[in-house]
Design a protein around this ligand. Structure first.
Ligand code: ATP
Ligand code: MG
Length: 422
């Protein structure tokens, strides 16, 4: 049996980086008042169709949608924003305190062509803020991304930011876009022809070469902002500049989801070929209302966890596996019982200890100690047990000392404290 295409195991030998990122992210977000939220992996299809938008790649062709036994249409979540917004509304969080900051880490599902940095089950680290319209929160989110990447030792990332405007400035922009396109409309792909009716902004995101050519020199949203959006975007930029966060304004950035308004951004890398986006985010001031809640400004981002880990791997940021402190080498049945009890006791004391219950020979157990990269080996043979004196062997220096069996834990604590442990 094999995993299905685009799905993969993350094996224990690779988990170090994942855990390191999770710990750094949780610590940073928590320090800034973001609280963890866990949401279901499956939701009603309608939730995603309505929020992400019918005319988007995700909803049109990437969602894992199925009917359950009763015929309800369900979908494996392709992203987190829709579900977190649903949760915010469902639990009437706005009634108690409209200002909420969340983070979540977990798997997402999209049926895309698998390749490096693109999987059908992938992971996102997500942060969302509800109830704050101020541009300072846009800056905070971009600042947090920048800070997290800095703490993880990531280099070579660039932040591209843009403003998509609001319902106030959209119509004028859409008119400008339509005027610009003129008879070039004919050459647009079928998708774009459909998008033209549903969400013309999305045409700017088309990857088809003929569309790209037709759109060269097209009007940009930032050049058609209403005064309120213009002010908002100015504050985002000046705040980031004051905080020394590197970014560039990218007029062509639109992002592939319908719900975005005002600030949108992407963090890009050159390390992963075509899969250049490591994180993406944006404002979605209309979504909570659209989903049946009160008018609530909101904003968030998602980091592509798999891609982040791949970049870190390339930069050699994988944490070294800690060596094992102690391997207990039991020779004989009576020794095994002791070895089991000691290993439990020592592990609880923080001295990482393993042993072996397969009744192997001295030679094969020494090999196993080597394989486990043990710093010390404790030899517990029949004569050692009879004399209540065990042999502790330093695997680096090959020095051996005797240890009184009755004060084993204390003796080892002293030894490991000397070695900066315990
Ligand atoms: P792309 O343009 O690469 O398809 P996207 O715009 O569809 O990305 P978002 O919906 O913004 O992606 O999701 C945020 C982040 O999640 C992306 O920047 C990316 O790092 C990651 N991501 C998206 N799809 C995948 C996938 N299939 N496999 C791995 N990571 C992904
Ligand atoms: Mg995509």
């Amino acid at each position: 049996m094999q995993t299905i295409r685009g799905f993969r195991d993350i094996l224990p030998e690779h988990i170090g980086l994942w855990q390191k990122v999770e710990q750094e992210a949780a610590a940073l977000f928590t320090a800034f008042g973001y609280r963890e939220i866990r949401i279901p992996v499956i939701e009603k299809t309608q939730l995603f169709a309505r929020s992400i938008g019918e005319a988007t790649d995700i909803v049109e062709k990437e969602m894992y949608t199925f009917e359950d036994r009763k015929g309800d249409k369900l979908t494996l979540r392709p992203e987190a924003t829709a579900s977190i917004s649903r949760s915010y509304i469902q639990h009437k969080m706005y009634a108690v305190d409209p200002v909420r900051k969340f983070f979540m880490i977990g798997p997402m599902f999209r049926r895309e062509r698998p390749q490096k940095g693109r999987y059908r089950q992938f992971y996102q680290i997500d942060a969302e803020v509800f109830g704050v319209e101020s541009a300072y929160i846009d800056s905070e989110l971009i600042f947090l991304l920048n800070e997290l990447f800095k703490r993880l030792g990531l280099t070579g990332l660039t932040a591209h930011i843009n403003s998509l405007g609001c319902p106030e400035c959209r119509p004028a922009f859409q008119k400008a876009l339509m005027d610009f396109l003129g008879d070039r409309k004919e050459v647009l792909c079928d998708n774009c022809t459909r998008r033209m009716k549903k969400n013309p902004l999305r045409i700017l995101d088309c990857k088809v070469e003929t569309c790209r050519q037709a759109l060269e020199g097209a009007p940009a949203t930032v050049d058609h902002l209403c005064p309120a959006c213009e002010d908002h975007f100015n504050i985002v930029r000046s705040t980031l500049e004051n905080q020394n966060v590197d970014f560039s304004v990218d007029k062509s950035l639109v992002r592939g989801l319908d719900y975005y308004t005002r600030t949108a951004w992407e963090i890009q890398t050159s390390a992963l070929g075509a899969q250049s986006a490591v994180a993406g985010g944006g404002r979605y001031d209309g979504l909570v209302k659209e989903l049946g809640g009160p008018q609530t400004p909101a904003i968030g981002f998602a980091i592509g966890f798999d891609r982040l880990v791949e970049v870190m791997d390339q930069l050699g940021k994988a944490p070294k596996e800690e060596p094992l402190d102690l391997f207990i080498l039991p020779l004989g049945e009576g020794a095994m019982e002791k070895a089991y009890a000691w290993s439990c006791e020592l592990n609880l004391l923080g001295i990482t200890t393993q042993t072996d219950f397969r009744g192997r020979s001295m030679k094969s157990l020494m090999k196993r100690a080597d394989k486990l990269n043990a710093r010390y080996v404790l030899i517990a043979g029949e004569s050692e047990l009879a004399e209540k004196k065990l042999i502790l062997r330093d695997m680096n220096t090959k020095d051996q000392v005797n240890i009184a069996m009755d004060c084993l834990a204390d003796e080892l604590k002293t030894i490991f404290k000397k070695n900066n442990k315990g």
